[in-house]
Design a protein around this ligand. Sequence first.
Ligand SMILES: Nc1ncnc2c1ncn2[C@@H]1O[C@H](COP(=O)(O)OP(=O)(O)O)[C@@H](O)[C@H]1O
Ligand SMILES: O=c1ccn([C@@H]2O[C@H](COP(=O)(O)O)[C@@H](O)[C@H]2O)c(=O)[nH]1
Length: 464
Amino acid sequence: MGDKKILRLNSSGRSPWYHADGTVTKSYVIGVAGGSASGKTSVAERILKNLNVPWVVIVSMDSFYNVLSPEQSKRAHENNFNFDHPTSFDYEALYETIYKLKHGKSVNIPIYDFSLHARSDKTTTIYGANVIIFEGIYGLYDKKIRDLMDLKIFVDTDADIRLARRLQRDIAERGRDLEGVLQQYTRFVKPAFDDYIQPTVKHADVIIPRGLENVVAIDLITKHIQRELTERNLHFRWDLANIPIEDGIPPDVLVLPETNQIKGMHTILRDKKTARDEFVFYAERLSTIIVEAAFNLLPFENTTVTTPVNAEYHGMVFRQKLCGVSILRAGGTMETGLRRVHSDAVIGKLLIQTDPSTGEPQLHYCKLPADVKDHQVVLMDATIGTGAAALMAIRVLLDHDVPEENIIFTVYLAAPVGLNVIAKAFPRVKIVTSMVDPVLSKETLYIEPGIGNFGDRYFGTEDE
Ligand SMILES: Nc1ncnc2c1ncn2[C@@H]1O[C@H](COP(=O)(O)OP(=O)(O)O)[C@@H](O)[C@H]1O
Ligand SMILES: O=c1ccn([C@@H]2O[C@H](COP(=O)(O)O)[C@@H](O)[C@H]2O)c(=O)[nH]1
């Protein structure tokens, strides 16, 4: 009870938030400050609703209250602890969180429970916000945090209205009684507002008198943000044709030797007459070989074991954590191969689809293990054509702090253009493919001679 929910809107896919060279576009950060119950959260929610863009988030400063000692906690339950003094917050943690979010990183945010005066043991993970609204009574207090903001707002609501709303809210939602709220208000809330919070108004770019009721101010702010977002080109249009790239295969790409076996499997997989069960069998056989080759690039350690005849054998062992990440759907076809090679790999998923109206890849879903950064990652897809989906998938892993050199990208088939796009943006990512086809059609963006829609052929969802 009494915890503020972190609002996220991810209603549609996320367009690229990075440039073709792999570097990220910084998110737009809005700070909203004002007295308690002035309407900060309500204004923030309304701005996001009016903006109507996906992948936005509201982060509340409440999540960053300092952790209380047992003695402080006892006082808090007696309404005798000063939560309104500027020293009540952990500004370092706050700065780090907003900084990481602004730079596209994934963060874990504590959830605060006002009825317990403590962080709950749950956190919420936020990843991928194009617009971040950060709200709190001291939202504009800390200079380092202010410097991360693109727009600073102060919500200025009369003291009597704030008190009336606070009474109603704290009794209804935060487990308080009338006497307690009034005691806390006169002892701490009002003096802190007058002494510390009100003076931060001088840092605001915009002051909103009356909060949510001020439709005109909210409308002007929304339009300003929309203009800024357009200028920053957040709706990044994918245009690989403009990137100068070489035709050859980058030196660090591992292409499997063209043995009769590999060629034979490709012959079956590329033949449009191949039936589905045969397609699945050979896809899984080939994926096993590709993942085996990828495994050769992983860091193994020396080890010694004793054989059944009590002799020593000096061998090698892979001791690190391994995570397979499949780019859905087609990347899922490699999971069987991965499990055959390393049965206890954890599996993450990314759903990346092409927006038919813009031709851009869009991120729709991302599920990775919380500690993915500690894993060697085998990123799996069926093909690399333009490299657009691959670039997005690698960017997602880097945003989750996976080191670039710990990523191996595995595919059945690639076109030189895509290989070069990836190598240029992320030169330390290793790529393993079983074959390279020379042509990527400029009209259809299909690889030629190609292999068709691998996902549809594998999962049996081809059109008649
Ligand atoms: N313009 C308004 N009219 C009526 N109630 C409002 C208005 N703005 C906010 N409230 C209510 O007042 C309370 C405090 O608002 P909130 O936005 O949570 O303030 P803050 O985030 O500044 O503490 C909430 O219960 C909210 O629903
Ligand atoms: O444990 C707590 C923590 C904070 N408070 C009060 O909350 C407000 C800040 O939240 P708003 O949503 O901005 O009103 C602050 O004035 C503290 O007094 C609390 O009572 N208990």
